[in-house]
Design a protein around this ligand. Structure first.
Ligand SMILES: *[C@@H]1O[C@H](CO)[C@@H](O)[C@H](O)[C@H]1NC(C)=O
Ligand SMILES: *[C@@H]1O[C@H](CO)[C@@H](O)[C@H](O)[C@H]1NC(C)=O
Length: 278
């Protein structure tokens, strides 16, 4: 029955074409840049409603330090206007997800913040599915926003020429290797020379090596990735020191397949229990 099979073939082709056009429209680099720009504006204004045109809905999941929080609550960081001194974002067109690093280092030190936020679009791409923030301030691991601002704004995380870009897999594997080394000292990590690590506010500018001060026997689990090949970077949200460990962000930039920069933020203050949403 050639007629029928031809009909089937045409139907499948139409389905594939329809499907891919939906996928193609789900997000673009430009649409994700508009999303991170709106997120930064919302944080400056302390007004989450500035994300409504980007697809924020009442069903958008919002967490702070891995605990579900009401976006509109007076206690959420997004309803607190912040004078942002430094920001940088990753845009992941494969997952339709973004990551933004924010540093607030002016004013009294109690109002200083270093924030990492991953935003994910829904399956349709029309809505913001989730906003997850790691919010660090005084008392968190090696926190010093003045120092973070100083070093973060001196590093070059600019776009890498297309012919020299690492693959998504290479970038992800580089970040994963670094995190896995904490629990398995036999893991081979693609160390760059130099490699600079901004851990909280601590910077290793004197040594230029990241293969030091790495503990042993520390599993880092529940990894949640945002990958941007154009800048060679991956951000990984994770539970540091096993399930229910401390909320942590590790961000990596690779150049030529090697780790060039590492940024960490780790929330330390009185968190109990595990991650509610994986
Ligand atoms: C934070 O870092 C700055 C710049 O490196 C330094 O001057 C300051 O003493 C540090 N603050 C604390 C509390 O360590
Ligand atoms: C961490 O290492 C231990 C000991 O080798 C192993 O049993 C465990 O599965 C590892 N955990 C992870 C998350 O890799």
């Amino acid at each position: 029955m050639p007629g029928r099979s031809l009909f089937r073939t045409i139907s499948s082709l139409l389905a594939i074409a329809g499907g891919s056009s939906v996928l193609a429209q789900r997000c673009t680099y430009t649409s994700l840049q508009a999303l991170t720009a709106a997120y930064v504006s919302a944080q400056v204004a302390g007004d989450p409603s500035l994300l409504l045109p980007q697809g924020l809905t009442t069903s958008t999941l919002y967490t702070e330090n891995f605990v579900p929080t009401s976006l509109t609550s007076a206690h959420s960081i997004l309803t607190t206007p912040l004078a942002i001194d430094h920001k940088r974002s990753l845009h992941d067109t494969t997952q339709c997800a973004t990551y933004t690093e924010i540093v607030v280092a002016s004013g009294p030190s109690l109002t200083h913040h270093v924030i990492g936020t991953q935003i994910r679009l829904s399956e349709s791409g029309k809505e913001i599915g989730s906003v997850d923030s790691i919010v660090t301030t005084e008392g968190d691991w090696l926190f010093n926003a003045t120092s973070t601002l100083y070093w973060a704004s001196r590093e070059d995380w600019s776009s890498i020429p297309a012919t020299r870009r690492d693959s998504r897999e290479t970038i992800k594997a580089g970040g994963d290797a670094y995190l896995s080394l904490f629990n398995d000292s036999s893991v081979q990590v693609p160390w760059g020379v130099p490699c600079n690590r901004l851990e909280g506010g601590n910077y290793n500018d004197d040594v230029g090596e990241c293969n030091n001060w790495i503990p042993e026997g520390v599993p880092i689990v529940n990894r949640q990735y945002v990958i941007d090949e154009t800048v060679g970077a991956v951000d990984i949200f994770c539970d540091f020191a096993g399930p229910g460990g401390v909320p942590d962000s590790h961000e990596f930039r690779l150049e030529g397949g090697k780790l060039r920069f590492v940024h960490t933020m780790t929330y330390m203050r009185g968190r109990v229990g595990g991650r509610v949403r994986g």
